[in-house]
Design a protein around this ligand. Sequence first.
Ligand code: ATP
Ligand code: MG
Length: 621
Amino acid sequence: MNRSDQGQRKFESPASLIAYFLRGSKWIFLLSMVFASAVSFLDMILPRIISFTVDSVIADKAPDLPASVLACLDAVGGVARLREAPVLIAVIVIAVALAGAVCRYLFRYFNEVAAERFVKRMRDNLFAKIQRLPYAWHGANSTGDIIQRCTSDVETIKVFVSEQLTSLVRVIVLIALAVHFMWGIDSTMTAAASLFIPVVISYSLFFYSRIGNAFEKADTEEGRLSAIAQENLTGVRVVRAFGREQYERERFEKQNEYYTGFWIRLIRILSLNWITGDVMTGLQYLLVNIMGAVFCLRGRITAGQFIAFVSYNSLLIWPVRSLGRVISEMSKAGISLDRLRYIMNAEEETDPQDALTPPMDRDIRFEHVSFSYEDGAGEAVSDVSFEIPAGSTVGILGGTGSGKSTLMYLLEKLYPLGEGQGRIMIGDADLAQISAPYVRSQIGMVLQEPYLFSRSIEENIAITSGRYGREEVQRASKTADLLDTIEKFPSGFETFVGERGVTLSGGQKQRTAIAQMLIRKCPIMIFDDSLSAVDAETDARIRAALRKSTGDATVILIAHRITTIMHADQIIVMEKGRIREKGTHEELLSLCGTYRRIYDLQLAGSEDLAGDAEGREQDEE
Ligand SMILES: Nc1ncnc2c1ncn2[C@@H]1O[C@H](COP(=O)(O)OP(=O)(O)OP(=O)(O)O)[C@@H](O)[C@H]1O
Ligand SMILES: [Mg+2]
């Protein structure tokens, strides 16, 4: 079924995104909440046992217990039995504490299991989504920022669901239970003690709205910091080669200092929030204690009830205070959720309905193609029209930035052509109507800057392991003039290519990329400046081997070196996004234009070099 038929899921609110990620772990979360509530309930039992012991076991007030508990007590011999063996009270306390510990364990266990499943689903979904996003999206978003969204924001949301949301439920259950038990002791005191709950909650809500933007800014700054670090790690060669360590370090330190300063300012605001909370709860504690003492002296409540009330109040204070923190930290989660929604709601690369999959061994026709990058200055390609007959070889020559690679990206559908930007035809089919994954499976492209994965050479050439056998890998390597080199490596095809291929030379990397493309045997093959890093002799050898092995394929050769493309059936000379000249080598030479000038220059250059070498040899003699 076509992806566009399913429609792309949009997450209108942060809650809808959480609900989506929660699929599969929702019930385990609920189970953990049940145990969390049981913990809160068991916590409430202990003050009740103490008040009963003080009032009815030590003093002789009639026990004030629920009927079912009284019946159980009577069954074992009533209060008198407890007075004879007070150790029984200790046993009950231990039993309640043990039950609490078991529930706490089960709560933690189920909570962690659910949280890990939740995070796994988040990571899987984000990764899959990012894979489906168009090439242009990747160009417009920095890798560091995307990685930060997928790590630190994912972690924030995990903490939100597994800790903050859980404690929110726990606190609500605890408040409800504590207020219920306190109400049973004295309603006036409960009303006085409860007064501060809405005050603390409103205060934290006010605080939460104030601090929201600051967290968003902190996240952005963290993203910038990781982008600098990431860019430096990726470009470590450039940094070393140009001795830019000092400059890069200063740049990182500046951002780091700004980021740290920002957090310090943020922490100052956070601390102020905590101090205000301390003062509020201190006052409340004082009020409850004074009221309790006065009521106890006047005989309105018993000593046991006073102790129980104060215990309930203490049990209440911290959860209510943490409710403030939970709510304020929820603001962070809201921002992280928005940052993930940015990825999850990004427009995916979609194929038109009933996308075509026509044979690709047909003529390719560019018809008035114009294209500009979103953030680029002006048109990268302007009104380009030309035809590549099926099975022929075309060479494209042109200065840097003349739009050669862009033309190939358009042919690969890495950037779609919009309305009024012309069209590209493959035989009778408009490229816009052809399925993008199909196009890419049929057009092999050796990128101008090949990227190798940190796997073995064999895996790099075969791209997906298991799809091609060793023989095919060897054949492709031979055509790419790489076989001898690989065989000289101690581990041969098993040689591990360092991260991004750092253990290979530029030319070896290019040839690996060529082999990688050749193995796929595509009907259309593009070599984007793919022989620039190999010497002229190797270049000639590869071209000769290619001519033999490409068979009926349509070949597009982009190069700066005339010798690489001069044997092509047709040569296109690009300049500033436009086609300047078009024809065969001989035709272009006779034109006496740009091509001729470049030809003369490169030829003269090689003669000069040859002359220089001769001169040096003579000097040495
Ligand atoms: N991702 C991008 N975003 C914005 N502008 C871009 C992007 N890629 C290329 N450009 C611009 O488009 C123009 C054409 O670039 P292109 O890469 O097609 O040139 P090229 O002919 O392949 O050059 P070279 O020989 O150096 O590889 C240039 O002006 C370049 O600055
Ligand atoms: Mg290029």
